[in-house]
Design a protein around this ligand. Structure first.
Ligand code: SF4
Length: 409
């Protein structure tokens, strides 16, 4: 082992912070077993009770219509596409009913940048959810979606956040970060949807508004190890300002059906990235295992490489599945994976407060062996309430005029 790696390892053992260059050197050169050992040490320091948490929530994508057109995304459909959809409020209520039936208390609600859904649509949706389900939580709208709404509404970030909070927003998911380096974002065609600074500014404003948020990283497209470390360091700096991030979640790019193509990073690279993140992000209380992209076994291994949380029980998934990955674990499976790895499973909420023992051990819960989708194939219904909001795109104006010739792409 070279002297720099040995020194950096000693710093971790002493509870000291790695510099960016030490972080990079560890990421690129440290033997994987050493990274795992150190990440596990940090995990044990932060979570000595050997509890691994998870949440029962539902991942709902309210629309797949998107003007951003990121080159790594297999989920979106362009405006006017016959495969584009917007979920109706009633459909979302049904999904909430099913989530509650499975013991869940939250929706993770994210979607495309649909120009025909103004800020008022989101406010009405959130209000109507909170009226029907006052205790139910909305973990909704990643920073690029909030930037999209600032552009549509011509309001500053903080005003959009305040209006969403007044309507019922509880917390902000860390999606759309990809890699927070503008050189990479330009190549991936996601610079225009939100620059690195814009993504971070939304999170800064959300934290100042009292919201807790997560942070994510999607690696393995055109990014270098330097880019990944820069991403982690920028998150660490923002966390130093206010500490509003609850958790960090990394996953590898899923290339199938995307414009960008390429191949997927290996499970070993995932473990190396996860462990390094646990070392660099010394001010993040929690690190999630991404079994949705890595599968249950690597997800389980993650618990020895710094992760202390198994993320969400899967009820519905649309985005990762569109890009070729499809792993399904219901609560029984997640708990089995956690216990087989020697940890104690506990249910949590978005704030990572422990809610209790597994739900299925307290009452009968239906098994979920197949993931639901946003919409059944062939369902092209358009929600009636959309007529309450002005159409902005030419395609939507034409559709409302009964002229559908535009809907073939
Ligand atoms: S990743 Fe999100 S913003 Fe980008 S094209 Fe897909 S749906 Fe749109």
């Amino acid at each position: 082992m070279n002297a720099t790696i040995a020194r950096a390892a000693e710093k971790i053992r002493q509870g000291e912070r790695l510099t960016p260059s030490e972080s990079l050197q560890m990421y690129v050169e440290a033997p994987l077993p050493l990274l795992g050992e150190l990440a596990d040490l940090v995990r044990a320091r932060k979570h000595p009770e050997r509890v691994v948490s998870y949440i029962i929530d539902r991942n709902v994508n309210y629309t797949n219509v998107c003007v951003a057109r990121c080159s790594f995304c297999a989920f979106y459909r362009p405006v006017g596409s016959s495969e584009g959809y917007v979920l109706g409020f009633d459909e979302i209520f049904r999904k909430i009913d099913e989530t509650i039936e499975l013991g869940g208390g939250q929706l993770l609600l994210q979607g495309g940048h649909n120009p025909d859904l103004p800020l008022g649509w989101y406010e009405d949706l959130f209000r109507s959810v909170k009226e029907r389900y006052p205790e139910f939580r909305l973990h909704a709208l990643s920073p690029p979606e909030i930037i999209h709404l600032t552009r549509l509404s011509r309001l500053p970030i903080r005003d959009v956040i305040d209006r969403l909070v007044a309507a019922g927003l509880d917390s902000v998911p860390g999606g759309g970060a990809e890699i927070l380096v503008d050189r990479v974002r330009k190549i991936l065609n996601c610079y225009n949807k939100a620059t690195a600074d814009e993504w971070l500014e939304v999170m800064r404003q959300a934290h100042r508004a009292g919201l807790r948020t997560t942070a994510t990283m999607m690696y393995g497209t055109v990014d270098t190890p330097e880019d990944r470390i820069e991403h982690m360091v920028r998150l660490r700096e923002l966390q130093d300002e206010g500490g509003g991030f609850t958790a960090f979640i990394a996953w590898s790019y899923q290339p199938e059906h995307t414009e960008l193509g390429g191949s997927e990073a290996t499970g070993l690279e995932y473990l190396r990235t996860l462990a390094t993140a646990r070392l660099v992000l010394d001010n993040f209380p929690n690190v999630q295992a991404s079994w949705v992209t890595q599968g249950g076994k690597v997800g389980q291994l993650s618990l020895g490489y710094g992760a202390n949380d198994m993320g969400s029980v899967m009820i519905e998934e649309n985005v990762v599945r569109a890009a070729g990955a499809m792993y399904c674990m219901d609560e029984v499976e997640i708990v089995r994976n956690i216990e087989n790895a020697g940890f104690t499973p506990k249910r949590r909420n978005m704030h990572y407060e422990i809610l209790g023992e597994p739900m299925f051990r307290q009452r009968e819960v239906r098994r979920v062996l197949n993931l639901a989708v946003a919409r059944e194939e062939g369902d092209t219904s358009v929600p009636a309430e959309l007529a309450n909001y002005p159409a902005r795109s030419a395609a939507e104006k034409r559709r409302r005029n009964g002229d559908n010739f535009f809907s073939g792409s």
